[in-house]
Ligand binder design. Structure first.
Ligand SMILES: C[S@@+](CC[C@H](N)C(=O)[O-])C[C@H]1O[C@@H](n2cnc3c(N)ncnc32)[C@H](O)[C@@H]1O
Length: 230
């Protein structure tokens, strides 16, 4: 998602400060930060209630999380986005639309465990994560062993990852990785818009682009059942 740096970026990010919980890397070395830095969020303080928390990794312009939060005011949502320029679009949308139950982490997903308490999240959405087919970039795929290990520390028992992608090879890779990492996979479709889950689906910005090109969308749910799986 390439775009020119937005005008007055810093001032505009500051204006969204009340919904932005963290930004950037706590130290230069991401691995060191992931292992040592902790600034765990108190969800009750953040949202003002004890409702279930769900997470979207790579929220892009925020259209999906905004609609999800509108549909489920009884839940809380955390939107994670690496790129500040992109996160700003999403944050300004949430502020403008007055949606009360969404907060943002403008951080790389690699350091999610620095901020999110262990086993506190009910669902993680991965919408159209970049497939990164090159062998040398496997570690950066958001469904690689490395990221699934992080998600397992965040998810509650029985928590879920819901993945959507246009890339069948990436989808097949993800299904394999979910199973290898102890997730139970369900509700698998290689054509979401012709499936029983189409009616409830929220179309993301990237999904809309792929649909315009006549491409099919893959979708699956991976359930983390620590006790059953290990
Ligand atoms: C292909 S876009 C999809 C955007 C949106 N989910 C959609 O479906 O329209 C992927 C997004 O994930 C973000 N992203 C990629 N790697 C990330 C990471 N490690 N941590 C957080 N965000 C990441 C990118 O900046 C980009 O905005």
């Amino acid at each position: 998602m390439r775009m020119r740096r937005k005008r007055n970026l810093e001032a505009r990010v500051e204006a969204c400060g009340h919904i932005l919980l963290a930004r950037g890397k706590p130290c230069r070395n991401l691995k060191e930060a992931a292992e040592t830095f902790r600034a765990l969020l108190d969800f009750r303080a953040v949202f003002g209630n004890d409702r279930p928390v769900e997470l979207e990794v790579g929220c892009g312009n925020g259209g999906f999380i905004a609609e999800l939060a509108r549909r489920a005011p009884q839940k809380n949502y955390l939107a994670v986005e690496l790129c500040t320029n992109v996160a700003l679009t999403a944050m300004e949308r949430i502020v403008k639309e007055g949606i009360p139950n969404v907060r943002f982490l403008n951080i790389p997903a690699e350091i999610l465990a620095c901020y999110i308490p262990p086993h506190s999240v009910e669902r993680i959405y991965l919408n159209f994560s970049t497939p990164l087919p090159e062998a040398g970039r496997e570690r950066q795929r958001l469904t690689s062993d490395r990221f699934l290990a992080i998600y397992k520390t965040l998810l509650k028992e029985g928590g879920e990852i819901v993945q959507k992608t246009d890339s069948a090879p990436f989808f097949e890779y993800s299904l394999r990785k979910f199973r290898e990492n102890g997730f139970a996979v369900k509700d698998v479709t290689f054509d979401l818009h012709a499936s029983e889950w189409a009616a409830e689906n929220i179309v993301t910005e990237y999904e809309n682009n792929f649909l315009q090109k006549g491409m099919k969308i893959c979708r699956a749910v991976a359930v983390w059942a620590a006790k059953g799986a290990q």
